[in-house]
Structure formats: C-alpha cells, structure tokens
Design a protein around this ligand. Structure first.
Ligand SMILES: CC(C)(COP(=O)(O)OP(=O)(O)OC[C@H]1O[C@@H](n2cnc3c(N)ncnc32)[C@H](O)[C@@H]1OP(=O)(O)O)[C@@H](O)C(=O)NCCC(=O)NCCS
Length: 182
C-alpha cells in the first residue's frame, strides 16, 4: 500500500505513515476504543464505537479527504495501527480553519512518533487542503507535554476556557492554540 513516509523510532521500530482505507475500519475502531478506555487527554472517556458507527465515521473522513477538506494520517508498526493525526476543515465562515487532533498508542509514546505524525500532517495539510489558512487545537491544561510539543511546532496560545473540561472527575481549563500556515 502507498505510504507517505517511513521512520525509525528512537527505540528502533520501523513505523509506516499512510492515509487510511476502508479496510482499516476494524483496526481504527479497536484503536479508538482502547484509547477511550484509557481516559487520557482526549474527548472520548470510555465511550465505545461499534463497527457500524466507525464505518460511518470513516466513510465521512474518506469523503472529506477526497474533497481536500481533511488530512488523516495513520502510523503503523508491523501493520498494527499505533497512532493517528488529523486536520479537518470547518465549514461556512470558518472554512479556512482546520481542527487538529492527535493520539499515539500508550505503548509507543515517547519515542518520537507523535512529533513525526505532527510534522507529516502539517506538511500534507498545507499541500492538500487549498483553503486552509489557520490550524486550531484545544489542549487540556493538565497535559503540559502535548502543549510543549505544539509550541515546538509554532502553535501559540490564544485563549483559555477556565474549567472547560471535566477530566477524570476534575475541572481543568481548555487551552486554545493556533498556527497560521498561509
Ligand atoms: C501527546 C502525544 C500525541 C505525543 O506523542 P508521542 O509519540 O508520545 O510524542 P514524542 O515521542 O514525539 O515526544 C514529543 C515530546 O514530548 C516529550 N515526551 C514524550 N513522552 C514523554 C514523557 N513520558 N516524559 C517527558 N517527556 C516526554 C518528548 O521528549 C518530546 O519532546 P522533546 O522533543 O522536547 O524531547 C501522545 O503522548 C499521546 O497520544 N498522549 C495521549 C493523548 C493526547 O494527549 N493527545 C493530545 C491531545 S491535545
């Protein structure tokens, strides 16, 4: 299958980065369900997807990728999905804004995969989403590691919704960041 990049992680694993196809739906479902159960710094906090809901979600993403409204990259180790990152355009008066999201499988964190995914999804989005001008993201205030990584890629904080997120029973701030790309 055609891939975007190959990369050797800090601990020696060969990681392949590519766009998903409909054949990846089962892996994508299992991946998000596992990360959801971890209750980490993402929207999903235990909710589980069915094959049906994931198929609907993936078909919508694939459609947006074709229409140049989205870039979605998956990271694989030995054909196993271990990370993903996306930039998806908003609509109407915000159709020049893209929302960024990223996760890496817990067992593969801290070995450079997140940074590589980020670098690739940024360059692919600049190339493949013609109307993209600004990338936006939201990060939990109790996730300084991710915030630092975003700053390293030129994202700047532009706002904060105090107590905007209820994470593991505690209110934390939702920090808003942006990067102008065109
Ligand atoms: C945030 C996330 C995507 C980063 O991916 P990753 O593959 O772990 O990141 P990398 O290995 O590329 O490391 C990124 C930076 O964080 C640092 N880092 C990573 N793991 C670390 C750890 N356990 N302790 C301290 N620093 C760490 C790295 O050193 C690197 O910074 P540096 O270049 O200054 O050294 C990943 O940790 C993750 O999925 N976390 C849970 C979900 C999440 O937080 N998503 C983001 C929501 S906004």
């Amino acid at each position: 299958m055609e891939y975007i990049a190959k990369f050797i992680a800090k601990s020696g694993e060969e990681i392949i980065f590519r766009y998903p196809t409909i054949k990846d739906v089962e892996q994508l479902k299992n991946y998000i369900n596992q990360i959801s159960l971890e209750k980490t710094f993402i929207l999903y906090q235990g909710e589980q997807q069915t094959l049906e809901s994931e198929t609907k979600w993936l078909n919508e993403k694939l459609d947006k990728i074709l229409k140049q409204e989205c870039v979605y990259l998956c990271a694989f180790y030995n054909n196993q999905l271990i990370g993903s990152a996306e930039i998806t355009l908003k609509d109407k008066v915000k159709s020049h804004l893209g929302s960024f999201g990223i996760t890496v499988d817990k067992k593969f964190r801290g070995i450079g995969i997140g940074q590589k995914l980020m670098e690739l999804v940024l360059s692919e989005s600049i190339k493949n989403i013609p109307s993209l001008k600004i990338i936006e993201l939201e990060v939990f205030s109790n996730n300084p590691l991710a915030k630092k990584m975003y700053e390293k890629f030129g994202f700047k904080e532009f706002g904060c919704l105090p107590q905007g997120i209820l994470h593991q029973g505690k209110y934390v701030d939702a920090i808003l960041m942006y990067k102008k790309v065109k």
